[in-house]
Design a protein around this ligand. Structure first.
Ligand SMILES: Nc1ncnc2c1ncn2[C@@H]1O[C@H](COP(=O)(O)OP(=O)(O)OP(=O)(O)O)[C@@H](O)[C@H]1O
Length: 294
């Protein structure tokens, strides 16, 4: 398990990361979300040891992380950082060898991964000849080649087409299933919601929420969709609920006072047939907006 404990980093007067703590557990995909400048990249850089820490600690397998541990992690930095003029396969083999792989197994792993990401026929081209999306795929391969013990990926899905997004998602799931802790940042909340076992939401350098998608949704407002035979305008006069939307026989109400939904249901039944009365779970994007704005 990767443990981030009280990490803090300042740049001049700005505290970019402020006492951030969370865990990236084995077998789980942990999504790291937060608005621009929230501190995700700075946190990931500290986890990887490429940026100094002002306070706090990164722990791996129950003890302070070492550079040797970090060398075995798979990292996809925000700045990417492959060599534009070097040929794809040569570059991947070179990077894998830096991480301790023998030449033959590095080459075999690189070819296998390139095939997986649909790049087998581009292996001998220079990186700069590839589209940005394909360069991104190569970057992903570079992070995966050496059989990483943990994955720390900064926006791995950005710029990928839907086919590559699926390939990437499969690869992350496979690594998680094999027991590798996976942390990735993303602005694509729908994707995060679909993929992640756990989410860490950062705002202005601080962790504002941690949990699985259901736990986070449960923190959101409790809403009910009400569909009757007749107009639902009367709901505006029911105490303890806030009417979010009314459209003829259909309404969306938010429960403000505990148990007020029972009043709504009773009153609705007293007025005729209740066609629908269902709780509406907020989308992760709504929860995100709420916690990030606090
Ligand atoms: N090298 C640096 N020097 C000065 N300030 C920095 C540096 N790196 C980051 N910052 C500041 O730290 C804060 C957090 O930035 P960071 O890049 O970690 O956020 P982020 O969550 O990754 O944002 P984004 O989603 O836009 O990539 C920002 O205010 C940023 O301007």
């Amino acid at each position: 398990m990767l443990e981030i404990e009280g990490l803090t980093r300042r740049f001049g007067d700005t505290t970019a990361v402020d006492d951030v703590s969370f865990e990236v557990r084995e077998g789980m995909l942990t999504g790291f979300v937060g608005g621009n400048g929230a501190g995700k990249t700075t946190t990931m850089r500290m986890v990887m040891g490429v940026l100094g820490i002002d306070a706090g600690e990164v722990r791996w397998a129950g003890r302070p992380v070492t550079p040797q541990d970090q060398r075995r992690f798979g990292y996809m930095p925000e700045e990417r950082g492959l060599y534009p003029k070097q040929r794809v396969l040569d570059q991947l083999v070179y990077l894998a060898r830096l991480r301790g792989m023998a030449d033959a197994s590095a080459r075999e792993a690189a070819e296998r991964h390139l095939e997986r990401f649909g790049l087998a026929d581009r292996a001998t081209e220079r990186l700069q000849a590839l589209s940005l999306g394909n360069q991104q795929r190569v970057q992903i391969v570079a992070a995966l080649l050496h059989g990483p013990t943990a994955l720390v990926l900064d926006e791995p899905f950005s710029g990928l087409d839907p086919v590559a997004v699926d390939a990437m998602a499969d690869v992350l799931r496979e690594h998680a299933a094999a027991g590798v802790p996976v942390l990735f940042s993303s602005h694509q909340l729908d994707l995060v919601e679909r993929l992640c076992d756990r989410l860490v939401i950062l705002a202005a350098g601080r962790v504002v929420a941690v949990g699985d998608a259901d736990e986070l949704r449960a923190r959101g407002p409790l809403r009910y969709r009400v569909v009757l035979d007749a107009d639902t305008g009367w709901l505006r006069d029911v105490r303890g609920v806030h009417v979010v939307d009314v459209d003829g026989p259909t309404a969306l109400v938010e429960v403000v006072d505990d148990g007020a939904e029972q009043v709504v249901l009773r009153e609705a039944a007293a007025r005729g047939t209740v066609r629908e009365f269902t709780p509406v779970r907020p989308a992760l994007a709504d929860i995100y907006r709420e916690v990030a704005a606090r």
